[in-house]
Design a protein around this ligand. Structure first.
Ligand code: NBP
Length: 475
């Protein structure tokens, strides 16, 4: 018998997703650049289902039933290009190549174009859920031709996570759309983690709570509106005690956050699209600042000025932090969905935000109760101008806005950095402001560069003769 699907690239993600396919009853062809990984997988888990071993790409392709479906799970970038090239040479028109790695969406657009010219289908599929998700059910965001989803969709849906019986997998749109939404997913993941970090920092440094107690606060929050995978594991990480020192593990971990690039890509794309994805940007910059070790060391003696005392009512402040976290999270998601809408418009993808919220409810790292509310918001009004204006979120944020302000004010007064809480509140205030200082910006631009301005009281563009008699002319 031939295999319904093949997986090439058998590191953590690839081997787990291959096992997931096999456990779901599919025959899976296996390939890895170095045969050792293939053999290790077969030795450890070969009895979990039906696998076909291969050493070369040609053998791998020959093991697949037609139209062939090969999933690539290798390092993004040059490695992916190399694997695509060798697969494409061995395949025939009508076959489907799926890239499940974290490819940059513009690479996916380029690859799809090149492969389509050779009669091959190319599906850029974002896969989220890490190691455990790949094995037990990830969220899958496949792009590419709608036609290829007809034969591929059922396979992907059967291995994806399920929420209320619905698979966390849907066709996102043409070419790079799947990898684009996966990129923004990761960006939102950065923002979520930064917001959690700021809440933890306030509980730790303003209220002076021990880690075990902070873990309890997050565990409690995980039973309410903030219920999510990331809040759940925050409680677990904070409760972990280091075996060697007996200290909380988090206190012996070096405070420099790493990054692999998807957050940075999200922010670059946001800049190109002109979408203020400030929550994600603050999160990416906060990681960069944490890793600016030499500067941090040199600046450690900078005066904090006169700091205020901590709030006296501990429980009220904890509730305030909860409200600030929730409201800032709404802002980060509203911005992320704005970016997806803008990308979708720019590239003609027609991404359905409600369907996206639906598949993000399970399997992926940002899975949360919250996504159900986003799904409902778009079901109620597909043309929502901002998630912040969906009645549910609007009410929740308005109910918490006083708390949010207290938290940001207290953070400033006690010298605790809250870049994401703070900028999210500024975003909220800017969005609801009737008049912004952008009018002055326009005046300045007109002064030094004759860039012109529009008036509130009549049509057209105008310029003031700043260097002359300062009369206004029509531009
Ligand atoms: P890695 O990203 O660590 O990649 C290792 C795999 O790439 C190995 O199979 C390796 O083969 C293969 N490879 C490399 Br490196 N260069 C190659 C080349 N020139 N030709 C052929 N194969 C090559 O694996 P991973 O962490 O399992 O991730 C796989 C993909 O999934 C990545 O794109 C990643 O960004 C994405 N992803 C990862 C996660 C996660 O939680 N780790 C989550 C979501 C998505 P070898 O064994 O012969 O060296």
């Amino acid at each position: 018998p031939k295999a319904q699907i093949g997986v090439t690239g058998l590191a953590v993600m690839g081997s787990n997703i291959a096992r997931n396919f096999a456990r779901n009853g599919y025959t899976v062809a296996l390939h890895n650049r170095s045969v050792a990984k293939t053999d290790a997988l077969l030795a450890e888990h070969g009895d979990e289902g039906s696998f076909i071993r291969s050493e070369t790409i040609e053998e791998f392709v020959a093991a697949l039933e037609r139209p062939r479906r090969a999933l690539i799970m290798v390092q993004a970038g040059a490695a992916t290009d190399a694997v695509i090239d060798s697969l494409a040479d061995a395949m025939e028109p009508g076959d489907v190549i799926i890239d499940g790695g974290n490819a940059l969406y513009t690479d996916t657009i380029r690859r799809e174009k090149a492969l389509a010219e050779r009669g091959l289908h190319f599906v850029g599929a974002g896969i989220s859920g890490g190691e455990e998700g790949a094995l037990n059910g990830p969220a899958i965001m496949p792009g590419g031709p709608a036609e290829s989803y007809k034969s591929l969709g059922p396979l992907l849906e059967s291995v994806a996570a399920k929420v209320d019986g619905e698979p966390c997998c849907t066709h996102i749109g043409p070419d790079g759309s799947g990898h684009f939404v996966k990129m923004v997913h990761n960006g939102i993941e950065y923002a979520d983690m930064q917001l959690i970090g700021e809440a933890y920092d306030l509980l730790r440094r303003v209220l002076d709570l021990p880690n075990a107690e902070i873990a309890d606060v997050f565990a409690r929050w995980n039973t309410g509106a903030l219920e999510s995978y990331l809040v759940e594991i925050t409680a677990e990480v904070l409760a972990q005690v280091d075996a060697e020192t007996g200290k909380p593990l988090v206190d012996v971990i070096v405070d420099e956050a790493g990054q692999k690039g998807t957050g940075r890509w999200t922010v670059k794309s946001a800049l190109d699209l002109g979408i203020p994805t400030t929550g994600i940007a603050e999160a990416v910059f906060a990681r960069a600042l944490s890793s600016s070790t030499d500067q941090r060391k040199a600046a450690a003696g900078l005066s904090a000025g006169t700091l205020a005392a901590a709030p006296t009512d501990k429980d009220t402040f904890i509730d305030d932090i909860h409200a600030a976290l929730y409201a800032s999270k709404v802002v980060a998601y509203a911005q992320g969905f704005d970016q997806i809408a803008a990308g979708s418009k720019e590239y003609g993808w027609d991404v359905d935000p409600g369907a996206l919220a639906t598949i993000w409810r399970g399997g992926c790292i940002i899975r949360a109760q919250f996504l159900n509310r986003i799904r409902e918001a778009y079901a109620e009004n597909p043309q929502l101008p901002s998630l912040l204006l969906a009645p549910y979120f609007r009410e929740a944020v308005e109910a918490g806005v006083d708390s949010w302000r207290r938290v940001v004010a207290t953070a400033a007064a006690t010298g605790i950095p809250v870049p994401a809480f703070g900028s999210s509140l500024s975003y909220y205030d800017a969005l609801r402001s009737e008049r912004l200082p952008a009018a002055l910006t326009q005046g300045l631009r007109d002064y030094f560069g004759a860039h012109t301005y529009r008036r509130i009281d009549k049509e057209g563009s105008f310029h003031t003769l700043w260097g002359g008699d300062r009369s206004e002319v029509t531009a």
